[in-house]
Ligand binder design. Structure first.
Ligand SMILES: [Zn+2]
Length: 102
């Protein structure tokens, strides 16, 4: 399965901008203008997005490079691009993981 880093390396400028934007949705510390992206968390969320698209939390079978995985990866990149058109979107995985602040 591809990683967020792979997407960045292989992508064009638009894709790279979307990857960076996704990273900034995962600050290491409290939100702030100087918050560094938590890339490990962003990678985990990106993997979860691909898994969710595939309709299963289970890892793919060994050696699997077949269609469903590739399609899910492409869809995940498409999600990043679509979400990046929204000025203040939140990572859907983090929204599930965290309780809303009240
Ligand atoms: Zn997230």
């Amino acid at each position: 399965m591809i990683t967020l880093h792979d997407v960045y390396e292989q992508g064009n400028d638009t894709v790279r901008a979307a990857v960076l934007a996704f990273g900034t949705r995962h600050p290491v510390g409290p939100d702030g203008p100087d918050a560094e992206p938590d890339w490990k968390q962003a990678e985990r969320c990106f993997t979860r997005i691909i898994e969710t698209i595939m309709g299963s939390a289970a890892p793919p079978p060994p050696g699997s490079t077949d269609g469903p995985v590739r399609r899910a990866e492409n869809s995940a990149v498409g999600f990043l691009l679509a979400a990046n058109t929204r000025p203040d979107y939140r990572c859907p995985i983090c929204v599930k993981r965290q309780r809303p602040p009240l």
